[in-house]
Write a protein that binds this ligand. Structure first.
Ligand code: GLA
Length: 384
């Protein structure tokens, strides 16, 4: 987390002596359950100790004045209810405010400085962290009384309506509801969740960032979502009550294979099987069987790569190396895909070896140094 003192000093420099309040919201990891959220399925994310933090104070005007520490203290100024700013990072603020206003809230103007240490483009949801931080801060600052679930939806709808990504709710939910030492087993349809203790003995979570971010990521994401909806539309003709892939079994999908475009069929099959893998992984976790959890994680990667088509050569390479290390129980690409990082569950004694091996071979193959990201599962959005 960026130090509070840095926010404090920066706030003072730009906005003077008056005391701001401080808020933070984390990025996330996801153990298993990828691309299931917008299909009404289950996910298993956890909030991490990398976050976006903010110093903020109402300014009693209709204007928002922002300073982004991570963009060289770039200032942005916009009017609440005015046109959307062109800078994407400012659009997160604009979007959250507009989504709150749509829900009947009165949001006043404010001054804010913000920055963070969620690695950008690593698939750890820096954007959800920002949305959750803004939502949590404005909720407190203007006493808006939005329940936490609504704050997560406000963040998600900011992505849909102001950024153009039709994302699910996993990232925002994890950023808001996360708890230290726990992963969130979330039913993305009902939004009911359990906090599951996650402290596997002698096993570490290792994140290795490919340092690749494909420009196609958000457009392809929306294509995947549309392909899932295409499958649902076919099944719905026979069973009108079906709303989401969550309601469809693999047998039912198979029975209508001939009516679904072959690529969309593979996408849908992946999602249905991914939900099953998550269930199997949760059952294994309950028994403390992380060898089985690891197997499911590897299978998820194969599915994401071969069936869902969201991996890339760099991600596949890092996972392939993992398979040659006995100490790595499971590894897979994490998040939306097309770059970002690999999450691996690794026995402590083998962590250094795996990392050294990946670094060396990745450099030879891609002429790039992958970034190793250390994370701990931490608390969700809050005032600090
Ligand atoms: C991105 C989206 C999430 C989720 C994942 C894939 O992170 O924001 O809603 O769909 O991709 O699981």
């Amino acid at each position: 987390m960026i130090e509070k003192q840095i926010l404090k000093d920066c706030f003072k420099k730009f906005f003077g002596e008056a005391k701001p309040r401080f808020f933070t919201a984390p990025g996330r990891i996801n153990i298993i359950g990828e691309h299931t959220d917008y299909n009404g399925g289950f996910v298993l994310p956890g909030a991490v100790d990398k976050a976006i933090s903010m110093a903020i104070r109402p300014n009693n005007t209709q204007y928002v004045h922002l300073i982004s520490i991570d963009h060289d203290n770039q200032p942005i100024f916009f009017e609440i209810g005015g046109p959307q700013p062109v800078e994407q990072w400012a659009s997160y603020f604009y979007g959250v405010i507009e989504e709150m206003r749509k829900r009947g809230a009165t949001v006043g103007g404010f001054d804010a400085v913000f920055g963070g240490d969620v690695p950008l483009g690593a698939g750890m949801s820096s954007s959800a962290a920002l949305e959750s931080c803004i939502g949590t801060a404005l909720n407190a600052l203007f006493d808006l009384k939005f329940p936490k679930t609504e704050l997560a939806k406000i963040g998600q709808m900011t992505e849909h309506n102001y950024i153009g990504v039709r994302c699910g709710i996993m990232d925002q939910f994890a950023s808001i509801f996360g708890q230290k030492g726990h992963v969130v087993r979330l039913d993305c349809r009902s939004l009911l969740y359990d906090l599951v203790p996650f402290k596997p003995k002698g096993i570490e979570i290792v994140l290795i960032d490919t340092m690749v971010k494909h420009l196609l990521a958000s457009s392809e994401y929306n294509v995947r979502r549309a392909q899932c909806e295409e499958g649902v539309a076919v099944i719905k003709k026979y069973r009108p009550e079906v709303e989401l892939l969550r309601d469809v079994t693999i047998e039912e999908l198979e029975a209508h294979r001939g009516e679904i475009d072959p690529e969309s069929f593979r996408r849908c099959a992946f999602v249905i099987n991914e939900n099953k893998r998550l269930m199997a992984a949760c059952a294994a976790m309950e028994k403390g069987d992380f060898v089985e959890v690891g197997k499911q994680i590897y299978a998820t990667h194969d599915g994401l790569s071969q069936e869902y088509g969201v991996s890339c050569a760099e991600l596949d390479f890092i996972v392939d190396i993992a398979r040659t290390h006995k100490a790595v129980l499971g590894a897979r690409m994490m998040g939306g895909g097309f770059g970002g990082c690999v999450i691996a569950l690794v026995k402590k004694e083998g962590v250094a070896d795996y990392i050294a091996d990946v670094k060396q071979k990745y450099m030879v193959k891609f002429d790039k140094d992958p970034r190793v990201i250390e994370v701990e599962i931490s608390d969700g959005a809050r005032e600090i």
